[in-house]
Design a protein around this ligand. Sequence first.
Ligand SMILES: Cc1cc2nc3c(=O)[nH]c(=O)nc-3n(C[C@H](O)[C@H](O)[C@H](O)COP(=O)(O)OP(=O)(O)OC[C@H]3O[C@@H](n4cnc5c(N)ncnc54)[C@H](O)[C@@H]3O)c2cc1C
Length: 390
Amino acid sequence: MAETRENTTVVIVGAGVAGLTLGNFLLRNGIDCVIVERRSRAYVEKRQRAGTIDARGVRMFREWGLGAVVEQDASPDIESGFWIDGVRHPMDLGEDARESIFCPQQVLVRNLTDTFLQGGGDLRFEAADVTLEGLRGERPTVRHRQADGSTLAVSCDFIAGCDGYRGVTRASVPAGALTRYSQEYRYSWLSVLAEVPANPSGMAIHSRGLAGMLPRGAHASRIYLQCPADEPLEQWPDERVWSELEARFATTVPTGPIVDKQLVPLRCVVHDPMSHGKLYLLGDAAHIVSPMSAKGIHLALHDAEVFARAVIEQARTGDTGLLDSYSETCLRHVWNYQAYAAWITEVMHNAGDASYEGEFRKRIARAELERQFTSPAASRLFFELSEGVN
Ligand SMILES: Cc1cc2nc3c(=O)[nH]c(=O)nc-3n(C[C@H](O)[C@H](O)[C@H](O)COP(=O)(O)OP(=O)(O)OC[C@H]3O[C@@H](n4cnc5c(N)ncnc54)[C@H](O)[C@@H]3O)c2cc1C
């Protein structure tokens, strides 16, 4: 089958949050780029994950003239709380936290896709068998098989690996070139998507384990239930989901159709450096943050902004300084957030089911949480940690 050859400045592998944000930033600044995405447009725009864009992300989109991607279709945030053994504790995280916008991830992805395509962007869905070549050369190439079976080979100045944790870009780096740092927890989250309003809305700490019920629009919720890391999905029939949720929140919960159920292992991973030759890794391709922190989107957006500024600077002035320091800049930020994620993950889980870390750690974790609810200074520190303080 024939091979077509093309040239561009940046090939972006993956049309998730990181890839689409980067693509839009580059397009707006006159930098040529091509996005290649393995899945169909319909699939990508239906994939439900996160629900809220934090204050930094909202400010970033506004600064780049793209505020509409988070503002249009955004629903008002539903007030969430913390339940400890059935008692609700309100927590005010301050003015900045109130600037975050409730915008489900699939809505952000759809809006970013529309904006990119309306701006004349080049986005190839259903790009099969993506391979990378010449990462350490002058002009690397990204190849993929198109729907008609022909191959498209795009040569470029830089490749942005935005293809998530299991993508092809990081896997193309020779063994030993990156160091993987990771922390695995002995528990997972059963992650459930249900067509019921989030009521109650928030996180619950209970000796049976952590639970969460968070809004995904007015009529849908994401439910999380802590469970042992090795527990198979078959042990979670729908009835058990609802009865565990009620037990952990110690209140009645409305039931409804469950549309998705998966086990999410709790882990934190960082790859260092976040680049290799002309390949730059962004978002989940470079790092995974514990879902307890809800900061995966934040980190993906941060990487996209740092990399976009570096490419734009290089194109305008020839100065490669920001590209050279890309990995270092992002890793400093990533480790700050890993510190927050590790802390919040341990406190929230240790405060409940004592079978992992014991009764002593449970009491310490509860004392730490108590401080968040009673001390404005501690609550401010919690917020600053959640915002990275760097
Ligand atoms: C169930 C769940 C709930 C979550 N909840 C939250 C939350 O509440 N808050 C939060 O901040 N984060 C949350 N996250 C994490 C968040 O979704 C990720 O951190 C975020 O999606 C990372 O964005 P990304 O662009 O790096 O990767 P992705 O969004 O995963 O995008 C990667 C893209 O690359 C494509 N791709 C993969 N392989 C290839 C290939 N070989 N060739 C071409 N394309 C490829 C994929 O199809 C995908 O479109 C959650 C994750 C999950 C799984």
